[in-house]
Design a protein around this ligand. Sequence first.
Ligand code: GLU
Length: 309
Amino acid sequence: MTDLQEVLDEIAAEAASVEDCGVVAQYIPELAKVDAKQFGIAVTLPDGTVHSAGDSATGFSIQSVSKVFTLALALGKLGDSVWSSVGREPSGNPFNSIVQLEQEKGRPRNPFINAGAIAVVDLIMAGHQPKEAIGEIIQFIRHLADDDSILIDEHVARSETAHGDRNASLAHFMRSFGNIDHPVDHVLGVYFHQCALVMNCRQLARAGLFLASQGRDPVTGAQVVSEQRARRINAIMLTCGHYDGSGEFAFRVGLPGKSGVGGGILAIAPGKASIAVWSPGLDRVGNSKLGTAALEQLARRMDWSVFGA
Ligand code: GLU
């Protein structure tokens, strides 16, 4: 039987020796300061045990990985009516594209591109002040990670607010079609804070465990989402989780996954493991370069691809 810890140690050692580890996100100044030469990986198994290697205890900005959790939260609160505000098809466009949004009359293609995630935040905000909605999101993620120490980095949230013209355009555009109810600055305030959550690989892998375990947290026994919903969230992660590199990720790795421009990726091997990897250097479409390579190797060596060994 393949030894998971040995595989992780080898993957981390290999990552440490790679020269070209991609380029850190430049458009959010706080993220541009992060040292690209970092790499961490953690795997949580259904019995709750954690294996990790590299910088797995170093916190990073989870950015768009948070969109998995806000989707789960919105579906829990509003059920399938979420799908009248946002679709579930891959976009094939960059994560912040506005073109498709015009063609499709303000209804974003899926909940993982920026427009879709902003629409999901608007749904979560119903009946809440922005601060309360931020509180609800953070509590949900702390609950999933079983860790109350998880916080938001205010510097990152502010840095993104100051450079958030593109996201503001997307939100105003959707509002002009009646697909955003709340004032745009309130919705963006919540969205930027959700993206600025700081987690390490161990916390992130733990928080994703319910998706590897039919919607149930196998450690606490809590049913987070129904089995069908977990399956569907995984399906959207597989088809839409890596921007316009989602097809390539499915081809190389073969697992549902969601990446963020902070360099984190949450990947799910259903029934087998929840995996978080982080390396801040990104490839051309904005996915962690070493993170993707690590997952490709891990899935191959553990026979975890959802498409078969
Ligand atoms: N907060 C980032 C943005 O809206 C998230 C992007 C990402 O991680 O994909 O631009």
